[in-house]
Design a protein around this ligand. Structure first.
Ligand code: HEM
Length: 224
């Protein structure tokens, strides 16, 4: 019974709050497409000006991610796919959910290290993050790694949402499950495209100049 509740908490956290955060993150990145470097900067600064931002992030992102990610790795390690015996759609979904969970885990650790962790260490300022992203996505190998990470995370979230709706008794019959399957596929395509268009936008030299302007201001202020 204890395993039952830990699985339920794991499942719930995948949607609330992590799914919500994932969509919010997609919109923040997309503000680079709509508003360029200054639009992206404004979104980042707005998020960081929210009241109690430390606790919002701790309880809305870091702790749920730690629980869902680490327990998810344990579930993936324990699972036994039987693709050889039953080559069915659900078996593929089950297996891909686990593989994409592991890829997403590696991607998130790397992505957080390159961005947020550098801000925490004081190596980078919030307003330089667009420039950091520019430096990453202008390197072909890192760009490829980011595309793989994004496709994995989007699939994991969209397919996870489909399975969540079944396991929480929201889509019960075959018709509602078919409908949610189509909606979740649409969500997968939309979220993936929006993230990838944002990545491509960060390649724009506009983001490089923001980064260098910010570092000039930083070096001037330390010199003063
Ligand atoms: C950090 C690395 C992650 C790992 C290792 C991981 C692993 C897993 C695993 C193994 C499952 C299947 C659980 C089951 O069927 O019993 C799962 C489900 C799920 N995950 Fe993740 N996950 C990760 C990150 C995320 C993130 C960032 C999100 C949100 C965007 C997310 C959303 C979901 C959802 C919605 C489900 C479906 C829950 C359900 O079936 O009821 N996961 N995860």
């Amino acid at each position: 019974m204890r395993g039952f509740y830990s699985r339920k908490i794991h499942s719930l956290l995948g949607v609330i709050p992590l799914g919500g955060f994932f969509l919010e993150h997609m919109l923040t990145n997309f503000s680079a497409v709509e508003g360029g470097a200054s639009g992206f900067n404004d979104s980042v600064l707005w998020l960081n000006s929210l009241p109690l931002v430390f606790f919002l992030e701790l309880f809305g992102i870091w702790l749920p991610l730690l629980y869902h990610g680490v327990y998810g790795l344990y579930i993936a390690y324990q699972s036994k796919p039987n693709l050889n015996r039953y080559n069915l759609e659900r078996n593929w979904r089950y297996t891909l959910q686990r593989y994409t969970g592991v890829i997403t885990f590696i991607f998130i650790v790397w992505h957080v290290f390159e961005t947020r962790f550098q801000v925490t260490l004081g190596n980078v300022k919030h307003e330089e993050l667009g420039g950091v992203m520019h430096n990453i996505v202008t390197q072909p190998l890192l760009l490829a790694f980011y595309v793989i990470g994004i496709v994995s995370a989007s699939f994991h979230f969209s397919n996870g949402l489909w399975s969540f709706l079944i396991s929480w008794g929201i889509t019960v019959g075959p018709r509602s499950q078919k409908a949610s399957s189509i909606l979740c596929l649409g969500l997968f395509v939309l979220v993936t495209l929006m993230f990838i268009v944002s990545l491509v936008t960060f390649r724009d030299s506009e983001f490089q100049s923001v980064a260098s302007a910010a570092s000039i201001v930083q070096s001037l202020s330390t010199a003063i």
